[in-house]
Write a protein that binds this ligand. Structure first.
Ligand code: A2P
Length: 341
């Protein structure tokens, strides 16, 4: 008898997010019948474990994708554009981790616990938000149940795994060289050394002195919350942390709020863990390998009316990417948009 499930392709299976995607899919028992692990030609033939199975990575091409029910893509924008167009022509859903389609009007940009209903109007490509946007919006979504949000400012502390597997290796290598007292190799993942350093520079520079990462955070937050004029400014910073993005977020509300009400709303948000002990906090090391977003250190911001500030942490490869993607796929199944055969 033919096994029921989905034939799933992962483009970018050898990358930082691709590997976590497979782990999360296996942990959540996502109904995969056949899994095709795809990457560039450089990785073709590589063996990768999925649960107890050992699968061979294939080069991404039409033959390797033929007949799939669902594609997950985490490679580059160029790769997403090529295979996104291919999927659309064939009416195959592609869940894309990159920024290529996120702001397109006909592309849902989804955090299932926040705006899962946006999945109903898809045009075969569904984007997951940037790994800094997702935890922030989960917190904002909870808080806006208490009072509407007037303004948001944020500073991020982003792990190198957000750049990809090569950046993780570069930080490990730089740390190792420094501890042995030897010179570090010429940096490739970032313009300068990241070990023992902090770079206020994530992605290329865009408009008005903001980086593209900062603009993504603003534009994606507005799109997911359906609040297209929300005043928003962020500074995105890369720190020498392997896994887990952290953020300091200031929020101004339209009316007076209480910390208790905000805390209650945060505690009710699916996928978010709120700690109301103001002296406790969760670090990226503790958040790594968890699917939840953690909010702590919620307090009033005395520099503005009706303002608060808090600390927010999540695993950028899990809720920031792979877990969110699997949850979208699960939601597509629940909504009957995707069916197992
Ligand atoms: P490969 O390992 O063969 O280079 P990361 O974000 O960690 O840098 O990973 C990027 C992922 O995208 C890797 O799996 C990488 O495969 C994959 N990739 C890079 N170029 C292509 C391409 N042209 N087609 C398909 N996958 C690609």
């Amino acid at each position: 008898m033919k096994k029921i499930g989905l034939d799933v392709a992962v483009i970018g299976a050898t990358g930082a997010v691709g590997e976590v995607f497979m782990r999360v899919a296996f942990e959540r028992n996502f109904p995969i019948r056949n899994l095709r692990l795809l990457a560039s030609s450089r990785s073709a033939g590589k063996q990768v474990k999925y649960g107890n199975e050992v699968l061979t990575v294939l080069e991404t091409n039409e033959e390797a994708l033929e007949g799939v029910d669902l594609v997950f893509c985490s490679a580059s924008s160029e790769v997403s554009k090529v295979w996104g167009a291919w999927c659309r022509e064939r009416e195959i859903i592609m869940i894309d981790d990159g920024s290529a389609f996120r702001m397109d009007e006909d592309v849902p940009l989804v955090i299932p616990e926040v705006n899962g209903n946006d999945l109903d109007a898809h045009n075969w490509i569904i984007s997951i938000p940037n790994c800094t946007t997702t935890p922030l919006v989960m917190a904002l979504n909870a808080m806006q149940q208490v009072s509407s949000i007037k303004r948001v400012t944020a500073a991020t502390y982003q792990a190198v795994s957000g750049t990809g597997a090569a950046a993780v290796q570069e930080l490990i290598d730089q740390n190792s060289s420094l501890s042995q007292g030897s010179d570090i190799s010429t940096p490739e993942a970032y313009p300068v050394q990241i070990a023992q350093n902090v770079l206020p520079h994530v992605d290329d520079f865009g408009e008005d002195g903001f980086t593209k990462e900062e603009l993504k955070m603003r534009n994606e937050t507005r799109k997911i919350l359906h609040d297209y004029d929300l005043p928003f400014a962020a500074t995105c910073v890369r720190v020498p942390v392997l896994y887990g993005h952290s953020e300091v977020v200031h929020v101004e509300f339209a009316s007076e709020v209480s910390l208790v009400d905000l805390g209650n709303a945060l505690s009710l948000q699916d996928g978010l863990v709120f700690d109301d002990d103001q002296t406790n906090y969760v670090t990226p090391l503790e958040a790594a390998d968890c699917d939840d977003t953690f909010v702590s250190r919620l307090r009033f911001d005395p520099s503005v009316d009706n303002g608060v500030v808090f600390w927010c942490v999540s695993d950028n490869l899990r809720k920031g990417a792979a877990t969110n993607a699997i949850q979208i796929a699960e939601s597509l199944l629940q909504r009957g948009i995707l069916s197992e055969s």
